[in-house]
Design a protein around this ligand. Sequence first.
Ligand SMILES: Nc1ncnc2c1ncn2[C@@H]1O[C@H](COP(=O)(O)OP(=O)(O)OP(=O)(O)O)[C@@H](O)[C@H]1O
Ligand code: SF4
Ligand SMILES: [Mg+2]
Length: 397
Amino acid sequence: MSSGSGAATSSAQVPAPAPGDAPLLSVDDLHMWFPITSGLILERHVGDVRAVDGVSFDIRRGETLGLVGESGCGKSTTGRAILRLYHPTGGSVMFDGVDLTKLEGEPLRRMRRRMQMIFQDPYASLNPRMTVGGIVGEPLAVHGIGSHAERRERVAELLDVVGLNPNFLNRYPHEFSGGQRQRIGVARALAVNPDLIIADEPISALDVSIQAQIINLLEKLQDEFHLTYLFIAHDLSVVRHVSDRIAVMYLGRIVEMVGSRELYERPLHPYSVALLSAVPIPDPEVEKHRRRIILTGDVPSPASPPSGCHFHTRCWLRERLGNPERCVAEDPVLRPLSSGHQVACHFAEEVDGSAEQVLQVTGRAAAPSATAPVVPTPPSAAAPSAAAPPPRPRGRG
Ligand SMILES: Nc1ncnc2c1ncn2[C@@H]1O[C@H](COP(=O)(O)OP(=O)(O)OP(=O)(O)O)[C@@H](O)[C@H]1O
Ligand code: SF4
Ligand SMILES: [Mg+2]
């Protein structure tokens, strides 16, 4: 699959989608701010947690967009706001031409049937008091689909599809392993034949030996049912293998969005370069020369994000450039640097070909920057990741 669909904000400079390639989901300037109040009797609005602060992206039918970033950057909130589990405080979410932010009641319920979520924790996300038949069949019951007997038949079919024994219908979640539970979660998500699945860190709670199985299952199902995925992860090594494109998120905003392969071959945002430096390359020769970029300082609070570029308090590039005032004063927009490659950094051109970028991408023994704080990649991280499944045969990144 080709990459190239861009955020609505800069669609004029990104190649137009091919005919019939219209996005299934189009998120434009999405905001999800949670109010902070103070006072017991007279509650006053004293601020907001800006969990999602102006996010825009498209996902075409059948495409997988990986959404990646550190803990707390707003990934899950983005997913929940899209599915209208939260009511966004701003922006639009066009799903198959309908703005979900404007829907309520029955029309919203009907659209929800076409979008499902797979949750991170297969232990907490399945009701321990319900049988597998009840859990997987619940969305069918909620949407009034089929008779009781038809629903049981469909559940057995779904269990088979996700690689579980259809006779497990009457068992309870505690009788299953983590990987099997996540398969139950996948079967539940598939029950109502959705178009879009938001998979929120679907493998991070699983043993590494099981992670690849679930990834392979999701890929098989995508091919079989022509599913569209928003795949959320905090680990770049996981999203690489499943995503057509990747959006890198930092403190409520997308800072880089590009085809999966290009992100690994030519990251252009200093934050992406730092994230990439933590991903081992399964080649001992290359890995020997790589150095991890350690970001200084804590992740700022989304209740009081830094002015200008949200990343300026931790940016190695800014430091190297002599701390330009522009980073503090001016908010960088997500701008296209090449076809389908968008970056929110005033100085992204400086990243291209820099020692840090070259070192992370090729492992070539470029001299580490005098100012970028680097440490050797720990030996454990230098080993090929067992979590990383083999690359997709269909030419993904
Ligand atoms: N209901 C809520 N009320 C107030 N703040 C919230 C709420 N939900 C999330 N937040 C805050 O919004 C920010 C983003 O949270 P979110 O769960 O989206 O992050 P995340 O990227 O999914 O992190 P993780 O990788 O840890 O799952 C965090 O600072 C979080 O504390
Ligand atoms: S705009 Fe400045 S602070 Fe932000 S990523 Fe670019 S160089 Fe760093
Ligand atoms: Mg999350």
